[in-house]
Design a protein around this ligand. Sequence first.
Ligand code: NAP
Length: 324
Amino acid sequence: MNDNRIRELIIIGGGPAGYTAALYSARANLEPLVIEGFQWGGQLMITSDVENYPGFAEGIMGPQLMGEFRRQAERFGAEFLADDVTRVDFSERPFRVWVGDDEYLAESVIVATGATARQLNLESERALHGRGVTYCAVCDAAFYRDKEVVVVGGGDSAMEEAIFLTKFASKVTVLHRRDEFRASPIMVDRAHSNEKIEFVTPVVVEEALGAEDGKLTGVRIRNLETDEVSEIAADGLFVAIGHDPTTKLFVDQLDHDEAGYLVTQPGSTATNVEGVFAAGDVVDHVYRQAVTAAGMGSMAALDAERWLAAREGHAATALTAPRS
Ligand code: NAP
């Protein structure tokens, strides 16, 4: 199917950034099409209680929060397509976005495809996700008051999460596959000097234990030097081995950093392609919060709206003009 309509705005991605961009741009009468992904909702869909999204004093379930985001944008006329974008062409306007063989055209695009936490890729890890296995200490640390937890990883995130977890947990064991750390020395020193934190290296996690009970009870680890296998009892397994931005579709067309995160102009959500904006975790590898992603989504919608309004001949090419 070729949809000849040239839209003002297509938003790619259905997480906090994409839905907030949809809300703002729908309220600005841009009639956005949100191609939200087959698994719409983003990382919050695999999170249970969200206690740090402002406005919900009692907390809210992640999927419920995303449902509300979506409904709010829908109320103002945002259109949704729950499928995955398979190809884009940002080389000329109108920009072209494909979902399989279906082509969509737009004068502006907001990329809000997010990022995913790297997993250890263990079957037991998947089975216990949300039942002791987690990828976000800021989100979940408070559930582990006076409990013993393990953190996997040797980067700044792992150190930061281990230190943060000591505010709640009675003991934090950092498991890393090498004796050297990728994290900055100051972070490693800080973690080392915390008496609640213990380091075990060089080890890999072979199994998250407890799948048969439906709740994490510990981890089985293997020492890479000695091959010795042992178990550590734990109520929480915090996997902190990095994130991957969802940018495969864009890296040959949009500026990005070494890790693949899209680069926007300082103080703006504009990318290197005029009319293409980016927001949320696809850009931000530092804060990675639903609330910051939502904030950036609103910025992208405002940037797109202003850009569309300032563009010469904007009114003439509006909405239903066929593509030449
Ligand atoms: P990262 O720097 O890529 O570190 C990932 C860590 O996980 C590495 O130690 C890596 O081990 C380990 N790892 C990767 N895959 C693994 C696997 N399959 N099994 C076991 N271990 C695995 O990621 P990050 O810590 O999330 O940091 C990302 C960026 O954000 C960095 O630039 C970092 O400096 C920055 N950051 C900064 C702060 C801060 O300054 N406060 C806080 C957080 C993050 P190897 O080392 O052996 O590869």
